[in-house]
Design a protein around this ligand. Structure first.
Ligand code: VGL
Ligand code: ZN
Length: 252
């Protein structure tokens, strides 16, 4: 996938199929060629495609400490997507007890207030995804046994990290850019929680790292704090992130 050329190539490929169907009776070998062309065109099948499943953890599901509305509804979709991809990576929000992003660490502050940190404005959250807790575990309903890596983030008590690539200080790297580059994973399809925070920041940082990034909208759910969801889509669009639906992959 490349944000501009991929859809064009795909359209060209499908147009070619139409011409063959209309003008000729396909021979067995032609059919085999078509089948393999289709397979190589399938999103996820490529060796440079990766599904990045962001923060699908108990804390962000109904009943968790920072529940995202309907967060659980994306799990069956993500499991189906997982079957399409050879390469799958998870992220896991992984905070210290008393993390600076928790409202409980700031006297007089409540969840969803903000504070100014060295690195900018920080939304304060309920205590969530504390290392080693049941709340921080990946959702039990995830069923992608061939997933290859879990990237933990937000483990420095003084710095939050929505992004899978770089912490909120803009300096501390998770190592994911190096992993993607070393494995040649150029086309990153993102899904998970929450659209307007960890998915959004990861998508923008993926673009900054020179990767092709698509966000699968219906395989994400948002927190939507003071218009943050629309702002996130605007910022992702401006940075060249492709917005797509799971059906575009599941039916390809
Ligand atoms: C997230 C808020 C705090 C997320 C993580 O995964 O989107 N949001 N920590
Ligand atoms: Zn967090």
């Amino acid at each position: 996938m490349n944000n501009s050329s991929y859809p064009i190539n795909r359209r060209r490929f499908l147009a070619g199929m139409g011409a063959i169907g209309a003008g000729a009776i396909a021979s067995g070998s032609m059919l085999a060629t078509l089948k393999s062309a289709l397979a190589s065109n399938m999103i996820g099948a490529g060796k440079d495609d990766v599904l990045l499943v962001i923060d699908v953890q108990n804390c962000f599901l109904p009943g968790g400490t920072l529940p995202v509305s309907d967060g659980d509804q994306i799990i069956p979709i993500i499991n189906k997507l997982g079957q399409k991809f050879k390469n799958v990576v998870f992220t896991q929000d992984w905070h210290t007890p008393g993390h600076e992003s928790f409202a409980s660490s700031h006297a007089g502050k409540a969840p969803f207030d903000t504070v100014e940190m060295d690195y900018g404005t920080q939304v304060l959250w309920p205590d969530h995804c504390v290392q080693g807790t049941e709340d921080a575990k990946l959702a039990a309903g995830l069923d992608i046994p061939h997933a290859q890596l879990i990237v933990r983030k937000g483990y420095n008590s003084a710095v939050d990290s929505y992004s899978a690539f770089v912490a909120a200080d803009g300096k501390t790297k998770t190592g994911l850019t190096g992993y993607m580059k070393e494995r040649g994973l150029q086309n990153v399809y993102m899904c998970g929680l929450a659209t307007d925070f960890c998915v959004n920041w990861s998508a923008q940082d993926g673009r900054k790292a020179g990767l092709n990034v698509a966000v699968i909208e219906d395989a994400c759910r948002a927190i939507d704090l003071n218009g943050s969801l629309q702002a996130a889509w605007d910022a992702m669009k401006a940075s060249g992130v492709k917005r797509m639906q799971s059906s575009e992959i599941l039916t390809s």
